[in-house]
Design a protein around this ligand. Structure first.
Ligand SMILES: Cc1cc2nc3c(=O)[nH]c(=O)nc-3n(C[C@H](O)[C@H](O)[C@H](O)COP(=O)(O)OP(=O)(O)OC[C@H]3O[C@@H](n4cnc5c(N)ncnc54)[C@H](O)[C@@H]3O)c2cc1C
Length: 435
């Protein structure tokens, strides 16, 4: 028996909020009953997308479909249910000498969420998205049938589901390949870049590094416009052959309540940025896996720093040849606006495999900007959308809360099933009809 509960719910950005009936099935049979009983629903993992993707008036939470079905520690293959969190797996796979080929900057996400958003990490040019390492999955469709999907079996459905935002059905379980790991340490190189040109040059000249992500100061102007720090890293060799492989997870600190909405204002953000820039310890250091891959997980509920109104993350990707000029223009537009992003992250991306039709990254650069949700932010997003479109870019639907319907460059009607319906899908369809 599954219990249904009605509550007000939001994703990580705390905007929008929706009153929803949520059911938490524990078996595929429970799930089938709910899928058959409802006209419209959407699957939800851990709600760590930012906008309205995992929201709808009726939600199926996969958090209790969380059994590890098999772990082949010799070949590094995991078979688990869709509600298993990356964090749950780390304690088992790391001591056995394995790690994820692709991980986003957060470990509290489910395997179902990783597939539906086809998440990427700081090593996209080399390793691509999560789907690159996905062997197969089982998908429950609108009629309750369970379909096995892989590159060989139902390949169209396989690729439509990777990055398909839950619109093809509910992923029940998945099998994926891990990468060998020899040490829990990373050799991190921090490079301070005095302006945007230097920031891009740092990415281009350090392409031999396995991982890279840059923090950008969006407030600095003049000669320091676009300054920042790029954090490169490679997996370290073990310090001693018998060094234990224990995932070094620390107890996170917590933000216990919502901060007042004035906390993040241009002045506090300027001070924060100046500190991040000047205090960055440049040069090469050993840091552990948790610190390099999941720095934001060290503070639980950090989204509350944006106050009850929440925040918008705007992440876009531009083609390589237009990335520098496009990002320069977009950052200039943001500086001239009334809105100030608190955190801005630049990443380089590689080629998208032709079959991965719904993956977000295209060969080029992406910029992710966290804006407090002010009264003017939606108007700014409209302007940014226009610029991203002019530069032949796209936005990441996992982060989207208010962009124009064309910006994700997908058409949910062309491949989704009408039953699997989220607020994101509704927004895209409504705007298309109204356009
Ligand atoms: C701090 C932070 C850092 C992040 N860094 C990155 C990053 O570096 N790279 C990146 O790519 N993303 C990043 N993200 C986004 C995040 O990784 C994705 O949104 C991920 O999908 C969230 O997983 P979830 O389990 O919370 O899914 P949810 O947020 O619950 O759902 C996300 C989408 O997946 C669908 N879905 C979930 N489970 C299933 C299922 N079983 N079957 C079908 N559909 C399903 C939902 O319908 C929804 O459309 C970050 C998020 C945060 C909060």
């Amino acid at each position: 028996m599954t219990k249904n509960q009605t509550s007000t719910i939001a994703n990580w950005g705390n905007y929008p909020k929706v009153r929803a009936e949520i059911t938490v099935p524990e078996t595929p049979e429970n799930l089938r009953e709910q899928v058959l009983a409802r006209e419209r629903l959407i699957a939800r993992g851990n709600g760590k997308c930012y906008g309205d993707a995992a929201l709808s008036p009726f939600i199926i939470s996969t958090l209790r479909l969380n059994r590890v079905l098999d772990f082949d520690a010799v070949n590094g293959v995991v078979h688990c249910e869709a509600g298993v969190l990356l964090a749950d797996l780390l304690d088992a796979i790391v001591p056995a000498g394995w790690f994820f080929h692709v991980t986003p900057g957060i470990k509290n996400i489910t395997i179902g969420g990783a597939i539906a958003c086809d998440v990427h990490g700081k090593n996209h040019p080399d390793k691509g998205c999560f789907s690159n390492w996905l062997i197969s999955f089982e998908l429950m469709r609108a009629d309750g049938a369970i379909v096995h999907c892989s590159r060989a079996d139902n390949p169209d459905l396989f690729w439509q589901t990777c990055g398909g935002m839950g619109w093809t059905g509910v992923v029940l379980s998945a099998r994926f390949q891990l990468m060998p790991l020899r040490s829990i340490y990373m050799r991190q190189l921090a490079v301070r870049a005095e302006n945007l040109e230097a920031l891009f040059a740092a990415f281009e000249t350090n392409q031999n590094r396995q991982y890279a992500a840059g923090w950008v100061d969006c407030l600095s102007g003049g000669a320091a416009f676009g300054r920042g720090v790029v954090y490169f890293a490679d997996h370290a060799e073990p310090q001693t052959p018998e060094a234990p492989l224990l995932f070094p997870q620390k107890k996170p600190r917590n933000v216990p309540f919502y901060a007042p909405s004035w906390l993040l204002n241009p002045l506090t953000i300027r001070v924060h940025n100046a500190m991040l820039f000047s205090k960055a310890s440049t040069g090469e250091h050993l840091v552990d896996l948790d610190r390099y891959f999941y720095p934001l997980d060290s503070i639980q509920n950090w989204n509350r720093l944006y106050g009850r109104r929440g925040f918008i993350q705007y992440q876009f990707c531009l083609p390589e040849a237009k990335s520098f000029e496009g990002i320069r223009q977009i950052m200039k537009t943001i500086r001239e606006s009334r809105d100030t992003p608190f955190l801005t992250v630049l990443k380089r991306h590689g080629e998208r495999p032709a079959a991965a039709i719904h993956s977000f990254p295209i060969r080029g650069y992406s910029l992710a900007l966290d804006f407090p949700r002010t009264s003017s932010i939606i108007s700014l997003v409209r302007v940014l959308d226009e610029l991203v479109w002019q530069y032949d870019g796209k936005i990441y639907l996992a982060k989207d809360a208010c962009s124009a319907s064309r910006m994700g460059r997908v058409d949910p009607v062309a491949f989704g099933e009408p039953k699997f319906h989220s607020l994101l899908k509704e927004r895209i369809l409504a705007k298309k009809q109204g356009a």
